[in-house]
Design a protein around this ligand. Structure first.
Ligand code: CP
Length: 302
């Protein structure tokens, strides 16, 4: 039995730690599910809306034999004013072995981890990170590409407000991918270059997509656009991935999107449904990656 540990971000994970999670996810996918976490209790504490992350963590936990409980901010004592830490302590007192937390504030999982004994898994915190998404994206890329090193990954859209972008940037940079960030200045300030090594910025979609191995589209995070007045038709005209633009990428380029995707906004529907799109596969792979994360974080696997 390994020591239980939290998963708060990818920035502070080593390539070896990331590789072991991805390897275990592969083992989870290639074998029948076993009740490795039999009898454990997993609390899914969600202060923000979610479909993919919440359901896949829940399915992953159940496939491993756990009892799960989903706590939503609008249907719990959080509505009555209970703090995040007090809610976490309540779940711990109820016997939770692990808490999966989604929260609108960056750093909320770190606060919970400092105040509780049980491991915390970050299921997306504000504009900070979404580590399980970054891991499942890498896992999906590696189903098609031999290695991440040297891949040209074009990440396009609202980078500034995207926790998915941040987790992917940290992971891909650690493995030597060539990450090209692309978007307008309000969604991609120059300071983004300081996030990690091996990053470049392009202000032209054609340039970013040309010869790319992976094109990752990101949704405009409307819920985080405080004080920004966006000209949506202009945004679509400049930054939407169309079939014409995709033709500039390598012929075997993957089209990825973490979801939720807004068809006709950041991505043309023909592109979203094209054979190059692996968007549904990302969702599918998320279950195996999250099984691996749960096993490692609860100390059942190393
Ligand atoms: N990718 C992602 O986090 O999707 P959900 O918001 O549906 O969980």
């Amino acid at each position: 039995m390994a020591r239980p540990r939290s998963l708060l971000d990818l920035e502070h994970l080593s390539p070896e730690e990331i590789t072991s999670i991805l390897k275990l996810a592969g083992e989870m996918q290639s074998s029948e599910p076993r009740p490795l976490l039999q009898g454990k209790r997993i609390a899914l504490l969600f202060y923000e809306a979610s479909t993919r992350t919440r359901v896949s963590f829940e399915f992953a936990a159940k496939l491993l034999g756990t009892h799960t409980s989903v706590i939503s901010a609008n249907a719990s004592s959080i509505e009555k004013g209970e703090s995040l830490v007090d809610t976490g302590k309540t779940l711990q007192a109820l016997g939770a072995d692990c808490i999966v937390l989604r929260h609108p504030s960056s750093g909320a999982p770190n606060v919970l981890a400092r105040n509780l004994r049980v491991p915390i898994i970050n299921a997306g915190d504000g504009m900070h990170e979404h580590p399980s998404q970054g891991l499942l994206d890498a896992y999906t890329m590696l189903r098609y590409k031999k290695q991440l090193k040297g891949l040209k990954v074009a990440m396009i859209g609202d980078i500034q407000h995207s926790r998915v972008a941040r987790s992917n940037i940290h992971l891909l940079s650690k493995f030597g991918a060539q990450v090209v960030l692309c978007g307008p200045p309000e969604f991609l300030p120059e300071v983004a270059l300081t996030l990690a090594p091996n990053l470049t910025i392009s202000r032209r979609l054609e340039e970013a997509v040309r010869d790319a191995d992976v094109v990752m589209m990101l949704r405009m995070q409307k819920e985080r656009l405080v004080g920004l007045d966006i000209d949506v038709p202009r945004y679509m005209a400049h930054w939407q991935l169309t079939t014409e633009l995709l033709a500039l990428a390598k012929s075997d380029a993957l089209v990825m999107h973490p979801g939720p995707m807004v068809r006709g906004m950041e991505i043309q529907t023909e592109v979203a449904d094209s054979p190059q799109a692996v968007i549904e596969e990302q969702v599918h792979n998320g279950v195996y990656v999250r099984m691996a994360i749960l096993a490692i974080c609860t100390g059942v696997a190393a």
